[in-house]
Design a protein around this ligand. Structure first.
Ligand SMILES: [Mn+2]
Length: 296
């Protein structure tokens, strides 16, 4: 088992409910994380980037351009931190915050790699909008498109100008809430998408194995971007846009343990935690279970 370096992404302005800024601080001080440390699972919390350091006043009053600039800036900082971890061959975990963090996280990994990036994306949503297609203007619905090189340059040109991932090296699992524009875009460029219905019919293990084969075939390394709303709300009530009938988090943790010692696994990200919406610390426990599964 490798030691894990945790980076907090206190991002909120890219999301529906800006209170997800508090995700890293809540998890950092949680009993669930203390429990991991008692079990001798080595987690070093190295830094937290908080988007509130870059504005004053209420976040809802920010203008579109201001919000975009903040999101750009914090993702550059996050990307640089993640890049350093990968260069040191240090496994990382990003704890967020709205899922726009994925733009920084995986731009950092892609920039560090000598070869292509593979990515398994756990989510209820496709996150493949641009400002032209979005129904909400929220950037947390855009990271998949941005990493593929589509969208506003403030989102697609983090660290480098190139797209960060090739469509054939990306696999989405658990999808059950999306707009047609997103589905058409991903289908046209050949991204693999497994719906929650397919998970139910074919089994999570079969699909995760298939995804692993796909994203490690022609890549220099891979990771997981885990949006907590990919799971059934029973396991992750503390998230801004929950959708019923999601992935069984216990199943997920049991299955991914097989990659705990895999040198191809560079790191993972757990996003969309909103501690203000959590019930009985259930979401925090699920987050700790995910870390435990990858670090066993
Ligand atoms: Mn997401």
């Amino acid at each position: 088992m490798k030691a894990l370096n945790i980076i907090g992404a206190g991002f909120g302005v890219g999301g529906f409910n800006h209170a997800s800024h508090d995700a890293p601080s809540a998890f950092q001080h949680s009993d669930a994380l203390k429990q991991l440390q008692q079990e001798k699972i080595i987690c070093d919390w190295i830094q937290t980037i908080d988007d509130r350091s870059f504005f004053s006043g209420p976040s809802k009053a920010l203008k579109h351009e201001e919000r975009l600039n903040i999101i750009h800036h914090v993702n550059v900082l996050l990307g640089q931190l993640v890049l350093q971890q990968v260069q040191k061959q240090q496994r990382f975990c990003v704890i967020g915050g709205d899922h726009s963090s994925a733009i920084g996280t995986w731009s950092g990994v892609a920039s560090a790699l000598d070869g292509d990036l593979g990515l398994i994306w756990i989510d209820a949503h496709m996150d493949a909008h641009t400002f032209e297609t979005t129904h909400t203007q929220n950037v947390h619905g855009m990271p998949v498109a941005a990493l593929l090189g589509k969208g506003h340059e403030k989102l697609t040109q983090i660290l480098t100008r190139q797209p960060k991932i090739k469509p054939e090296n990306l696999c989405l699992i658990g999808i059950r809430s999306f707009e047609r524009e997103e589905a058409d875009f991903l289908k046209n460029i050949g991204v693999t998408v497994y719906s929650s219905k397919e998970v139910e019919q074919q089994g999570l293990e079969t699909l995760l194995q298939r995804a692993y084969q796909q994203v490690t075939r022609n890549t220099a390394g891979f990771g997981f971007s885990i949006d907590l709303d990919g799971f059934d709300p029973e396991y992750a009530p503390g998230t801004g846009t929950p959708v019923a009938e999601g992935i069984d988090a216990n199943d997920f943790c049991r299955i991914v343990t097989q990659w705990a010692d895999d040198p191809k696994l560079l790191g993972f990200e757990i996003a969309e935690f909103n501690p203000h919406l959590d019930l009985d610390k259930i979401t925090e426990k699920t987050m700790a279970n995910i870390i435990r599964a990858f670090q066993q």
